[in-house]
Design a protein around this ligand. Structure first.
Ligand SMILES: *[C@@H]1O[C@H](CO)[C@@H](O)[C@H](O)[C@H]1NC(C)=O
Length: 247
């Protein structure tokens, strides 16, 4: 019963709170804190459990699973010429991220974050048509991928924007770079459900995942960066900079 009351109270205070006031669960870090990077890291660590569920008040969607409606990859270069779509994407595991470092440079409006993801499991619907490493591939169905030991570096170049007399931080460029430790994938129903060809192709893809990832990585990095840039700017657009990082 007390739990229910606390939750109701939380919902009430969160939804009632003024748009411009930071949610109280955020540990405030100050711009001139000599340990600003550490402070931000701690602040993020503290809200990690909430990130998993999502923080509607902060426009942060649930990270567990993270749901992405659609990704299109239309790619032609090197050993890959492929049109593929992924829809109803569910990513399990992102809330398990470990922040390795946060570096914020307020003079250059630049933020660099290094994090480690022990694993990600991605399930989605897919359609695919083209060639991978010279092999013709086509299919439509469900796909599943397991990715482990992922190192991610995120670099954000921001700019300051004035709105109604207040200064807001806005991400202009968002770069993602990642390195994968291991990958296994399964594309169901390849080649119109031809089990023999489908199994052979899945084995081929898993045996050659490093080459496949190398080809697709730039597109994936751009796509992921685009999704998180939007998400981040939604948050930054909500609170003036001097509320997010007071002097
Ligand atoms: C991914 O991992 C899950 C859970 O361990 C397992 O059930 C699934 O078969 C794996 N899929 C692939 C493609 O490795």
């Amino acid at each position: 019963m007390t739990k229910v009351l606390i939750i109701l109270f939380l919902i009430f205070t969160l939804t009632k709170s003024n748009n411009n006031v930071l949610p109280s669960f955020l540990q405030v870090c100050h711009q001139n804190d000599p340990n600003l990077n550490e402070c931000i890291k701690k602040s993020v660590e503290k809200i990690k459990p909430m990130l998993a569920k999502g923080i509607p008040e902060f426009d942060i969607p649930s990270l567990e699973p993270l749901q992405i409606s659609e990704i299109l990859i239309d790619h032609g270069s090197g050993g890959i010429s492929l049109k593929s779509t992924y829809s109803d994407i569910k990513v399990f595991g992102p809330s398990q991220f470990k922040l390795k470092s946060v570096k914020i440079d307020l003079k250059k409006d630049r933020v660099r974050i290094k994090l480690f993801l022990p694993y990600l499991r991605v399930v989605s619907k897919y359609t695919m048509d083209g060639r991978i490493l010279m092999m013709p591939i086509s299919g439509k169905g469900e796909s599943c991928g397991n990715y482990s030991d992922i190192d991610v570096t995120v670099t954000m170049q921001g700019q300051r924007i004035n709105r109604e007399g207040e200064e807001y931080f806005n991400i202009k460029d968002f770069y993602v770079d990642f390195a994968l430790g291991h990958v296994t994938i399964e594309l169901k129903n390849l080649f119109n459900g031809d089990k023999h060809l489908g199994d052979a192709m899945n084995t081929f893809l898993n045996d050659n995942w490093q080459n496949v990832v190398k080809e697709i990585k730039p597109v994936l990095e751009d796509t992921i960066a685009g999704i998180f840039k939007k998400m981040t700017n939604k948050i930054f657009g909500k609170y003036p900079l001097n509320r997010i990082l007071p002097e």
